[in-house]
Design a protein around this ligand. Structure first.
Ligand SMILES: *Cc1c(COP(=O)(O)O)cnc(C)c1O
Length: 405
């Protein structure tokens, strides 16, 4: 016995195997409710109804696939998961409430008491805090290493190491890690490699295809691209993603359908945006490098970047984030920032609007002075997430900063 109205959800299924990246960004996971709408519907419901008591039992039992409750699965969220999984070249993705929830879910679902993490010391500030202050409470210790030093990665691996974690290029210094080489070190030790692919996005770098086991995202950044929503994702093989899904479903750090819909829109233009972010950042990095008052520019697209060659090999573009050191210290850096008029003073990045920040006192403010020193984050460092404004206007705004030095 079945009630009417239960055959409506329609998922556009066609073979995506041979489709190009740009096609996946538009078509993978595409959802229609049965009304023939062209835009993906936002499925705003907390729970789902069943056609019979038997069907309800079968769903809860796991005997039959289908939606039960939006903390577990939701059609719009699933559309986002299928799309980002296809774009990263992974079997499956799990959407999360934030980028940090994605990283938390990896540690909580795949590690247990007594395990050990080796982590790049140049990762997002909250990632350092998460591992040091909270994951440690579960009896999981972390060793932080210089992300560019393969011997350091090797040397930090212990018998109980189960996870290697890195972010490349790093924030805010644009240091790169050789994903293929670190994946080999991880697999030698029977450990997993997770890569935070926030800065490059799959448009510029696909860590899973380079040997990483897991990709984590802060969708808040480039995947949205327009600074509207907080969200995240974990992508990988079915086996690990089932564990991550279990943690998110139970722990509750799930993505809302509205946010999933915003991210679906963001993914549609990701390739285009990343291409332009790269172009503006490259031009601006080269220009800044020639200005008096700038001591150093950190951007992998510059030929004098120590890992320029690795960036060319590993990435399809050099990304939109750069940082630079002004002559002087914190006072000069703050003066530069305050003299700009157009770019937004905010800790966020990956937005179509250019953002400027002083990592030492904001995004990385919670790190100890020692850790900041070790990571090379100085008081005179400014980070720019280069947006899509006209290049001349960006230069003019940077010139205002320079004039104030
Ligand atoms: C912002 C960010 C995160 C955290 O993401 P949220 O969505 O803010 O939780 C993690 N990694 C990197 C590299 C980030 O930039």
């Amino acid at each position: 016995m079945s009630r009417p109205g239960f055959e409506r959800e329609e998922r556009i299924q066609f073979d995506l195997e041979d489709c190009g990246f740009e096609t996946l960004a538009l078509r993978a996971g595409q959802l229609r409710s049965g009304e023939g709408e062209h835009g993906d519907p936002i499925c705003t419901t907390s729970s789902f109804v069943f056609s019979s008591a038997r069907e309800a039992a079968a769903r809860f039992d796991g005997e039959e696939e289908g939606n039960i409750y939006s903390r577990f699965t939701n059609p719009t969220v699933r559309a986002f998961e299928q799309r980002i999984a296809a774009m990263e070249g992974g079997d499956r993705a799990v959407a999360t409430a934030s980028g940090m929830a994605a990283i938390l879910s990896v540690a909580m679902s795949l590690l247990k008491v007594g395990d050990h993490i080796v982590c790049s010391r140049s990762v997002f500030g909250s990632t350092v805090s998460l591992f040091q202050k909270y994951i440690s409470r579960a009896g999981i210790e972390t060793t932080f290493v210089d992300p560019t030093d393969l011997e350091a990665w090797k040397g930090a691996v212990q018998d109980n190491t189960r996870l290697l974690f890195l972010e490349t290029p790093s924030n805010p210094l644009s240091e790169l890690t050789d994903i293929q080489a670190v994946a080999a070190i991880a697999h030698e030790a029977d450990a997993l490699l997770a890569v935070d692919n926030c800065f490059c996005t799959p448009a510029l770098q696909q860590p899973l295809l380079l040997g990483a086991d897991i990709v984590v995202h802060s969708a808040t950044k480039y995947l949205d691209g327009q600074g509207r929503c907080i969200g995240g994702a974990v992508v990988g093989r079915e086996q690990e993603m089932e564990e991550v899904f279990g943690f998110i479903r139970t722990g509750g750090a799930c993505m809302s359908p509205f946010n999933a819909w915003v991210f679906l829109k963001g993914l549609e233009t990701l390739s285009l945006r990343m291409r332009e972010h790269c172009r503006n950042a490259q031009e601006l990095a080269q220009w800044l490098q020639q200005q008096p008052g700038i001591d150093k520019v950190h951007y992998a697209g510059l030929e004098d970047h120590p890992q320029h060659e690795l960036a060319q090999r590993q990435q399809k573009g050099f990304g939109g984030v750069l940082s630079f050191e002004v002559a002087g210290g914190q006072e000069q850096a703050w003066r530069f920032i305050d003299a700009t008029e157009m770019v937004s003073i905010t800790g966020n990045l990956g937005d179509v609007k250019t953002t400027i920040t002083h990592p030492y006192t904001t995004t990385h403010g919670r790190m100890s002075a020692e850790d900041k020193d070790g990571a090379g984050i100085g008081k005179n460092l400014i980070r720019l997430s280069v947006g899509l404004e006209a290049l001349d206007d960006l230069k003019a705004d940077m010139q205002r900063g320079l004039n104030a030095l």
